[in-house]
Design a protein around this ligand. Structure first.
Ligand code: IPM
Ligand code: MG
Length: 365
C-alpha cells in the first residue's frame, strides 16, 4: 500500500470550513484505493501568529519538510485584524511566500474551467462561452516582482520613495516554459505566451528563451499576446485560449480574472509544483467576512485535492471522478451563495452540505 504524509494547513477565515470538505473527499479515496493518507495538521497564517508569534512556526515547517505533499487552505484576516500583525509576520509575506520559496514551487497551475452545463455561473453571455471554458493558466511562482530586491527610503527633501525589482534569470524562465510546452503537448498543442515586451526588458529575455526552447516542441503552435490585450481577450473570447504561460505578477492578476469569467473565485483551485515538493491551494483568499458561517464554496479547495490526487499520487481516474462529482452537484441545480443559481431557480446549499453531496456522488462513481 502506498502511504502519503500530507501536511494540512487549514489557515485562516474560511480555510478550516473548506478544508473539512477536502478531508471528507480524501477519506472516500482512501477507502477504495490502495493508498493511505496520514494527515498532519499544522498552524499556518494569522491564526499561527496569534498563537505562537509566528505566521509560519518552526513546528509547521518541520511537518511540511517531512510531508510528501502539502494541502493548504486560505490565509489572511480583515484589514483591521491584519494591522495588529507586524508587516513581516503578515500571513502572505510571513508564511505563504516563504513556503513557495522554501520548496521552490515554481510552476503554478490554475485551471480556469467551466463545463458548458455550468455556464450559467459565468457573467459572460452564452454565445461568448460557446462550448465552455477550459484554460490552463501556468504562472511562474517564485520569481519576478514578488521575490526581487525591495527598498524604500526618503530623499534629501523628505520625499518617500520605493523600489521593487522584477528579477528573473534564464534558468528560471527556461524551467517554467518547459512546463508550459509539456502541458501544451498533452492538451491542444497551442501555447499562448503572455508578456509585455513592448515595455519590459524581462519580457524580452523571456521571449528570447522561448525562441530557444520552442524547437524542442515543434508541434506546439505559439501565440504571443501582450498581457493587457490578453486581459481583454479573456472576456471577449476565452475559447481561443488553451494553455497560457506568464510570469508571476501577470499570473496573479490574470488568474483572478479567470475566476471572474467563471463567475466566482470559489471555482479556482491550484497546484504549486516544485522539483521535490508540491503544494495545493485554492487561488482565492480567506473571505473573513463570511468565515464561520458555513456558506463558503469548497469547490476550489476540493478541486485542489483533485489536482493533488493526479499530480502527486498518480490517481488520475479518482481525480477525474472528484471533478465530475463536484460538477454533478452543480449540474443538479445546487450552488453555494457565491454563484448565481441556474435560471434563478437553483437551490442554495451550505458548505457542509456541498461536501456531503460531493461525497455521495463520488461514492457511486
Ligand atoms: C494568490 C494570492 C497570493 C499571491 C497572495 C495571497 C500573496 O493572491 O495565490 O494568487 O499574490 O500570489
Ligand atoms: Mg492572487
Amino acid at each position: 500500500m502506498k502511504q502519503y504524509k500530507i501536511a494540512v494547513l487549514a489557515g485562516d477565515g474560511i480555510g478550516p470550513e473548506i478544508m473539512k470538505q477536502a478531508i471528507k473527499v480524501l477519506e472516500v479515496v482512501e477507502k477504495r484505493n490502495d493508498v493511505s493518507f496520514e494527515l498532519q495538521h499544522a498552524l499556518f497564517g494569522a491564526c499561527a501568529y496569534f498563537k505562537t508569534g509566528k505566521s509560519l512556526p518552526e513546528e509547521t515547517l518541520e511537518i511540511c519538510d517531512k510531508a510528501d505533499t502539502i494541502l493548504k487552505g486560505t490565509i489572511g484576516l480583515s484589514h483591521e485584524e491584519t494591522l495588529k500583525i507586524p508587516v513581516e509576520q503578515r500571513p502572505e509575506r510571513g508564511a505563504l511566500l516563504p513556503i513557495r520559496k522554501r520548496y521552490n514551487t515554481y510552476a503554478n497551475f490554475r485551471p480556469v474551467s467551466l463545463p458548458r452545463e455550468l455556464s450559467h455561473f459565468s457573467p459572460l453571455k452564452s454565445e461568448v462561452i460557446g462550448k465552455g471554458i477550459d484554460i490552463m493558466m501556468i504562472r511562474e511562482l517564485v520569481g519576478g516582482l514578488y521575490f526581487g530586491e525591495k527598498e524604500r527610503g526618503v530623499d534629501a527633501t523628505g520625499k518617500r520613495w520605493v523600489k521593487e525589482t522584477l528579477e528573473y534569470d534564464e534558468d528560471q524562465i527556461r524551467k517554467i516554459l518547459g512546463v508550459a510546452f509539456r502541458t501544451a503537448m498533452k492538451r491542444k498543442k497551442v501555447l499562448h505566451n503572455i508578456h509585455k515586451s513592448n515595455v519590459l526588458l524581462s519580457s524580452i529575455l523571456w521571449n528570447e528563451i522561448l525562441e530557444e526552447v520552442s524547437p524542442q516542441y515543434p508541434e506546439v503552435e505559439i501565440k504571443h499576446v501582450l498581457v493587457d490585450a490578453a486581459s481583454t481577450a479573456l472576456c471577449l473570447n476565452p475559447a481561443q485560449f488553451d494553455v497560457m504561460v506568464m510570469e508571476n505578477m501577470f499570473g496573479d492578476i490574470l488568474s483572478d480574472q479567470g475566476g471572474g469569467i467563471l463567475g466566482s473565485l470559489g471555482l479556482m483551485p491550484s497546484a504549486c509544483i516544485g522539483d521535490t515538493k508540491s503544494y495545493f491551494e485554492p487561488s482565492h483568499g480567506s473571505a473573513p467576512d463570511i468565515a464561520g458561517k458555513n456558506i463558503a464554496n469548497p469547490y476550489a479547495m476540493v478541486g485542489s485535492v483533485a489536482m493533488m490526487l493526479d499530480m502527486v499520487m498518480g490517481l488520475e481516474e479518482e481525480s477525474k471522478k472528484v471533478w465530475s462529482a463536484m460538477q454533478s452537484v452543480f449540474a443538479a441545480g445546487y450552488s453555494t451563495p457565491d454563484l448565481s443559481p441556474a435560471h434563478g431557480e437553483g437551490k442554495i446549499i451550505n458548505t457542509d452540505d456541498f461536501g456531503d453531496m460531493i461525497v455521495k456522488e463520488l461514492e457511486i462513481l
